[in-house]
Design a protein around this ligand. Structure first.
Ligand code: URP
Ligand code: ZN
Ligand code: ZN
Ligand code: ZN
Length: 470
């Protein structure tokens, strides 16, 4: 039996504005929106009072790595724990990265990812494909995944030589394929060949602490790789190109220039690059900084990166905020790199905190309310072919809805978070605002400080092509 839910008294927020409206949910989808008072005669099985709350489309986090194999271990969240934590934080869709490791058949990597996720997710999920080696078979597989598997975006790496790395020729061939079939190329832009030289030299000098992970990955090498990728995409025929986890002013400048030239170039950043720094976190005493080892690294405090990234979010040169959620426990995982920073598994856990962390931009006047929703929900849905099923509160869309209380406050801590990680990169962060109630396809999954969802509720999303091209 289809249940009807009426959400009353709240302010519905979308990219175009914030409007007092009641929302009627019928089964799994949104049935109607009403001006205040206009829903007086509407009957529903459940009423949710949203007075004083923002009613926003559920968050869409397009960059997560559940169980990613890295540095001899695996990211500590699986699809059950990671999607539950996401729901707690107001994210109702993730797009995770299925992995083709070098030498592996692409379809085998995809099947392995379905085996990890299917039946285990608390919220809806899709996949991108990590291409660990571009060859003739992999290029054919790209066509197949776009046409038959609902996978329309492919991540390539200019970093991590010997692991996920592709050289410029491989990148060019994959881009030509994407120009042809309409897929989006997602790029990890860091010059990994140069970084490996700097890292080996540092280790040889005895500079083995976590901070050297950042010092040996200078922002100039993110800028260089970003520029090179935009040129390769231009040569390949204006391939749709999306830079992941952008951290550096130099990289952003190349994206801005390409966009001003009218090219299909887009970028995301992540909360860690908006708030955290090389000195304050990665440079923490002893081995503590390992908690913040990720690539690209946190950038120096006195350089303009963080201010530039906030500005990029305002101007749309940065279209999306994702998390790059890739948690590794301190004990037994980060500790693999004690005495040699190059052996520290790369990544942080943030999937639970993205909506809250970006909302702090609204609370402090750096970002509009509308832009918060746009960068965290609407644009990610459009960029990755999920709109208007996801990313918007309107009749016909999935009833993925978050009630956000701007007057409540919370403090982030490993003692209270729901991610499967023994520390928090955000320990002690005070948050103005709180995710109060979360619906996933019409079902209440978080309410009254409790989780009401279940593993297996989440469905695989076959995605269309990006809807964000000019
Ligand atoms: O350090 C990171 N970012 N780990 C996850 C893998 C990647 O490059 O996105
Ligand atoms: Zn076919
Ligand atoms: Zn990456
Ligand atoms: Zn990543």
């Amino acid at each position: 039996m289809k249940m009807k839910t009426l959400i009353t008294g709240g302010t519905v927020v979308g990219p175009l504005g914030a409007t007092p409206q009641d929302v009627l949910v019928d089964g799994e989808t949104i049935a109607a929106l009403y001006a205040p008072g206009a829903a007086a005669g509407v009957t529903a099985d459940t009423m949710i009072d949203a007075t004083g709350r923002y009613v926003v489309p559920g968050g869409v986090d397009v960059h997560t790595h559940m169980k990613l194999p890295f540095g001899g271990t695996f990211a500590s969240d699986d699809f059950a724990s990671g999607t539950k934590a996401a729901a707690w934080g107001g994210t109702t869709t993730i797009i995770d990265f299925a992995v083709q490791r070098t030498g592996e058949v692409v379809q085998d990597g995809l099947a392995a990812w379905h085996a990890l996720a299917d039946g285990n997710c608390a919220i809806d999920y899709g996949f991108h494909m990590i291409m660990g080696g571009v060859d003739d078979d992999a290029l054919k597989a790209m066509d197949y995944l776009v046409a038959h598997e609902g996978i329309t975006s492919f991540k390539l790496f200019m970093a991590y030589p010997g692991v996920f790395y592709s050289d410029d020729g491989q990148i060019l061939r994959a881009m030509q394929k994407a120009t042809d079939n309409g897929a989006l190329i997602m790029m990890h832009a860091e010059n990994g060949i140069a970084i490996d030289v700097l890292a080996a030299q540092a280790v040889a000098r005895g500079q083995t602490d976590p901070i050297y992970h950042g010092i040996t990955r200078p922002s100039a090498l993110e800028g260089e790789a970003t520029h090179r990728a935009t040129v390769l995409a231009q040569v390949a025929g204006n391939t749709p190109l999306y830079f992941v986890h952008m951290s550096a002013s130099e990289a952003l400048a190349h994206v801005s220039a390409a966009r001003s030239a009218g090219r299909n170039v887009f970028a995301e950043t992540c909360p860690q690059y908006l708030y955290l720094t090389l000195e304050d976190q990665l440079g923490a005493p002893g081995f503590e900084g390992a908690k913040w080892v990720a690539s690209p690294p946190l950038r120096p405090r006195d350089e303009p990166h963080r201010d530039d990234l906030w500005r990029g979010l305002r101007t749309d040169d940065l279209a999306v905020v994702s998390t790059d959620h890739c948690p590794f426990c301190f004990k037994d995982q980060k500790e693999l790199g004690r005495g040699n920073f190059t052996k520290i598994p790369n990544g942080m856990g943030t999937v639970e905190h993205r909506m809250d962390l970006v909302y702090q931009g609204v609370a402090t006047g750096k970002l509009s309310l509308e832009r918060w929703v746009e960068t965290c929900s609407t644009t990610p849905a459009r960029m990755f072919g999920l709109y208007p099923k996801k990313g918007v509160i309107q009749p016909g869309s999935d009833a993925d809805i978050v009630l956000y209380d701007p007057r409540a406050t919370t403090t982030i801590s490993a003692a209270t978070h729901h991610m499967n990680i023994d520390h928090s990169a955000w320990e002690g962060f005070e948050i103005a605002g709180k995710v109060e109630t979360v619906l996933s396809r019409g079902s209440v999954v978080v309410a009254d400080g409790a989780f009401h969802g279940r593993s297996g509720h989440g469905q695989f999303l076959r995605r269309g092509l990006s809807q964000y091209l000019r």
